[in-house]
Write a protein that binds this ligand. Structure first.
Ligand SMILES: C[S@@+](CC[C@H](N)C(=O)[O-])C[C@H]1O[C@@H](n2cnc3c(N)ncnc32)[C@H](O)[C@@H]1O
Ligand code: SF4
Ligand code: SF4
Length: 418
């Protein structure tokens, strides 16, 4: 399987993950947009967003006709901050109404006209996932800066205009008691589904334990800490609630430091005996994930995008930069999508059988090779059971977990609860 398959075979289609904007109104403590835990944007981030003109130029009607799904999410920003979001969605809906679309947002900004316009076109095969981590007294603890009343007005305006909405909630200690109430509110407002997710960010690999998540103010003083829900702890490491954070230290993996990393090929040797099972090429599913950032950089998946754009400072990313080389190889203003996909096959896929020294990508080995591939399954939790069920999204790693309980309730209530 290759990225090029999408060009060669009619049955193979694109699953685009696009970061329309890397701007955001919120300041979530574990978001790679910020120095870890602070509201300070990483100094290396260059703000950008995709205009309708660039979107049409990069995603032509021909490409759209080969697209199964768009996931407007990203690693560092929120798509509702993109000025041309409504025009872009209308272009997709008019050009290929069969293309699925998922937009993920904190929902905290924009006016009534905006949400009504989106509500008219984001329905059927198109939907918005609102990232809402609690209720009026808890959502802002993780989604810093999101104002509850404004958020509720925005979501209701969108739903009332005909929009299809999914509520996705990260479960912490401070909101786990609200899971049922969240479901009830979602039913009342007309949401189509509710998903609960176990947040990452508590694990400390150096300490080999999970610890509270620090939240700092703009002067880097500790404001408060967030604690995990012990029912849904997303880690094999035991949680130590007594751990005391001191003043801010730049522990960010998203530091912008230019570090003269030596590439530890010897350390990576062990990983070479494992096969890489690329999450972009799911066997039996004729989809190829292609990630596009606000500056037109194309990456083979969102994991690699995270490494390249969030400026993780590590030997793995250093090697990744060497493999990808100059932006001429992967930027849509400098090369065509066809050529970029062929480049991924040559520079990445064709080297998976090699040694790392001979070009095998360590980022791929660590993310999609044994013994501990990045486990996206363990993120999803079932609010009706007291355990992580690890349901895997069926077609891509774009979350599509269905909460059967709420589905049933919605069917029975036929929305008469409103
Ligand atoms: C960088 S955000 C971009 C989309 C949008 N800004 C949002 O937050 O929904 C990508 C995804 O990461 C999720 N996310 C943020 N913090 C997380 C955490 N600590 N653990 C797991 N997922 C998290 C968000 O909810 C969102 O689904
Ligand atoms: S809303 Fe999304 S992009 Fe914005 S800070 Fe939170 S996780 Fe990051
Ligand atoms: S990290 Fe590599 S192997 Fe994993 S999904 Fe991305 S391209 Fe595929």
């Amino acid at each position: 399987m290759k990225w090029n398959d999408v060009l060669e075979y009619k049955s193979v289609r694109y699953a685009f993950h696009i970061e329309l904007s890397n701007n955001c109104n919120s300041q979530c403590p574990f978001c790679p947009r910020f120095l870890r835990g602070t509201p300070i944007v990483v100094p290396s981030l260059i703000n950008g967003e995709i205009s309708i003109d660039n979107f049409k130029k990069w995603i032509t009607p021909e490409i759209l006709s080969k697209t199964y799904i768009f996931n407007f999410c990203g690693t560092q920003g929120d798509p509702i901050t993109a000025k041309h979001l409504p025009e872009i969605v209308e272009y997709i809906a008019e050009t290929n109404p069969r293309t699925k679309l998922q937009i993920r947002t904190n929902g905290g900004v924009r006016n009534k006209d905006f949400w009504q316009r989106l509500g008219k076109v984001v329905n059927g095969r198109r939907e918005i996932v609102f990232s809402v981590d609690g209720l009026s007294d808890t959502n802002h603890l993780y989604r810093r800066n999101v104002k509850w009343d404004k958020l509720i007005t925005n979501m209701q305006t969108f739903i009332d205009a005909g929009g299809k909405a999914i509520w996705e909630c990260l479960v912490f200690k401070h909101n786990e008691h609200q899971m049922d109430e969240i479901k009830q509110l979602a039913i009342k407002m007309g949401f189509a589904d509710v998903l609960f997710k176990s947040p990452i960010g508590f694990e400390n690999i150096n300490l080999e334990k999970s610890i509270p998540m620090p939240v700092y103010d703009k002067n880097k003083n500790l404001d408060y800490v967030l604690e995990p829900s012990l029912n849904y702890l997303n880690s094999q490491f035991e949680y130590d609630p007594t751990y005391q954070h001191k003043e801010f230290q730049n522990e960010s993996v998203n530091s912008c430091e230019i570090w003269p990393w030596e590439i530890p090929y010897d350390e990576w040797k062990d990983l070479e005996k494992y096969e890489i099972n690329c999450k972009s090429h799911i066997p039996g599913i004729n989809l190829r994930e292609v990630y596009i950032n606000p500056h037109g950089n194309v990456y083979p998946c969102c994991f690699i995008a995270g490494g390249m754009d969030a400026r993780h400072s590590s030997p793995d990313v250093e090697q990744l930069r060497q493999i990808l080389g100059k932006p001429d190889n992967y930027n849509l203003e400098l090369s065509s999508l066809d050529n970029i996909l062929k480049f991924f096959d040559t520079a990445i896929e064709s080297k998976w059988g090699n040694t790392h020294e001979d070009g095998r990508c360590a980022y791929c080995s660590k993310t999609c090779g044994a013994p501990s591939p990045t486990d996206t399954d363990r993120l999803y939790v079932d609010g009706s059971k007291d355990k992580i069920i690890g349901k895997k999204p069926k077609q891509t790693h774009i979350p599509m977990v269905i909460d059967s309980e709420i589905k049933e309730k919605i069917k029975n209530s036929k929305k008469t609860l409103i």
